[in-house]
Ligand binder design. Structure first.
Ligand code: ADP
Length: 480
């Protein structure tokens, strides 16, 4: 016969205890007896009884309170209360306390055994149900874990095999993942997970990218290698992860761009001399004999057309020089002086259009390192545009201030504004906004030149504009 469950009797009255003990043993239960609190505690801890049968008074405390405390610690243990008298009130209390049952005199063996058996069977059913639920939950958790592991592997496989370089960093700039392309271009051997990126990848462009991305939102950054390869890198902060750096090989695009710039450069260069000679002859024509009014007008038209072609050719030459990276001149320059000169030279144009100028230049601005001619060109282009696109009588505001390690130039006008969808495109070569007034001529190269100069300084340029209200151009140049 299999060993039966252990029943703990916690009864002060020894006669009742003996009676119950006999009845239960006769039904083949094992019985342990506690007559005071410490014995009850000891047996519960060491033997873990299958059921507790407790008197309505035990060790100076009500049996219901004991039951409450024990159920708090062992919620699945069935507890039966023994009371001297039966009443409706007792039945209610037993139910409220969550006990399994109760016994009252007259105590018949069958009643004792039956109550114990019922309580045990109920507890068993509860236990089985609990186990089943736990099993189900565990199985579903395991399944989910399996799925997310499979998912993780799938993503790792994709990231590893895409043609772009991928680096995932945590909040502290430590590497969490690098894919094959990154490992190969930076010749990374071994596991670099958990190590700071600037220690693992010893490349000045990566260093600048990571450092600068922490200070300013930085979207694009070029990473050049000694063998001529150039990658375009993007740094994207991701909340809860850290950041992701993606890199695309743009060497072939750079090569194409170089070839295109060379063609443009050659053509522009070759066009300059014949244009100069056309201009020269227009002047000579007037000197060699008298011209009638119509001839003078025609000559003037030729001159003005040749002048605009010359301006375009000069812009193209400038652009190709900047793109080819020929502009390597770096000297200490004071942006406020350069801006003041640029503003002085446009006084006549302002007067002609009846424009007023509000200037706010912070005194003692830090110096920059760069080419003064290029910075002047940057100011000239932006001021020139503000004048060109301003309506007569409008106001132009210019400000130059320092903030942290940066110099911020801002110029606002009350011109036609730029449609939101075109605001990013106006910095492209030859792009002219769809609402540019016909009366305002231009090549669409000015802002492209400005953008190239800003890029050479590792700065940023953008525009905020509302159609019909005006535009504000911002240029941020790092001073450090
Ligand atoms: P453009 O020679 O045509 O002025 P830019 O490269 O200087 O060429 O500017 C590109 C385009 O951007 C312009 O054609 C114009 O549509 C728009 N733009 C530039 N500056 C302003 C401004 N201050 N107000 C309104 N539109 C402007």
């Amino acid at each position: 016969m299999p060993k039966r469950d252990l029943i703990l009797l916690a009864l002060e009255d020894s006669t009742t205890s003996l009676l119950m003990q006999r009845a239960l043993r006769a039904a083949s239960y094992e019985v342990a007896i506690a007559q005071e609190a410490s014995a009850l505690e000891k047996i519960i801890q060491e033997s873990v009884p299958a059921l507790l049968l407790i008197g309505e008074k035990f060790s100076g405390q009500s049996g219901l309170r004991w039951a409450g405390e024990i159920l708090e610690r062992f919620p699945t243990m069935p507890v039966v209360l023994y009371a001297a008298t039966d009443s409706l009130e007792l039945c209610k209390q037993v139910l409220q306390a969550g006990l399994s049952g109760y016994l009252c005199p007259p105590l018949r063996n069958d009643d004792i055994v039956q109550t114990v058996e019922h309580s045990l069977a109920h507890a068993r059913r509860m236990g089985d149900w609990l186990r089943r639920e736990v099993k189900k939950t565990t199985a579903s958790l395991e399944k989910r874990a399996e799925l997310s592991e499979a998912e993780r592997k799938r993503f790792e496989h994709i990231f590893s095999n895409i043609q772009d370089g991928v680096i995932i960093l945590d909040d502290e700039g430590r590497i969490q993942f690098v894919n094959r392309v990154v490992a190969s271009v930076f010749e990374l051997n071994g596991n670099c997970r958990g190590k700071p990126i600037i220690e693992v990848i010893n490349h000045p462009d990566i260093y600048t990218l990571v450092k600068r991305a922490k200070l300013v939102p930085l979207k694009y950054h070029e990473i050049s290698f000694d063998d001529g390869r150039i990658f375009n890198a993007q740094y994207t902060p991701i909340e809860g992860v850290g950041a992701v750096i993606t890199m695309q090989d743009i060497s072939y695009l750079k090569q194409l761009d170089r070839m295109k710039s060379e063609v443009v450069h050659t053509i522009s260069h070759d066009l300059r001399s014949p244009l100069t000679s056309v201009l020269g002859y227009t002047e000579l024509v007037e000197r060699v004999g008298a011209l009638n009014d119509q001839q003078v007008e025609f000559i003037n038209r030729i001159r003005s057309s040749v002048e605009s072609i010359t301006a375009l050719v000069n812009d193209l030459l400038d652009m190709s020089r900047l793109e080819a990276g020929f502009d390597t001149r770096r000297e200490v320059i004071y942006p406020e002086n350069i801006l003041k000169f640029a503003l002085d030279t446009v006084e006549g144009q302002l007067q002609l259009k009846g424009l007023s100028l509000a200037v706010d230049i912070q005194p003692n601005l830090p110096s920059l390192r760069g080419n003064p001619i290029r910075l002047r060109q940057l100011f000239d282009n932006l001021i020139g545009n503000a004048i060109k696109y301003s309506p007569p009588g409008g106001v132009i505001s210019v400000s130059l201030r320092a903030e942290g390690q940066q110099i911020i130039f801002k110029i606002s006008d009350q011109g036609p504004g730029i449609p939101p969808t075109e605001q990013a495109r106006i910095f492209e070569k030859f792009y002219r906004a769809s609402n540019a007034p016909d009366s305002v001529t231009g090549s669409g190269l000015g802002l492209a030149i400005v953008k190239s100069i800003v890029d050479a300084y590792q700065g940023r340029i953008w525009v905020e504009s509302a159609v019909g209200k005006g535009s504000t151009f911002f240029v941020v140049l790092p001073t450090g």
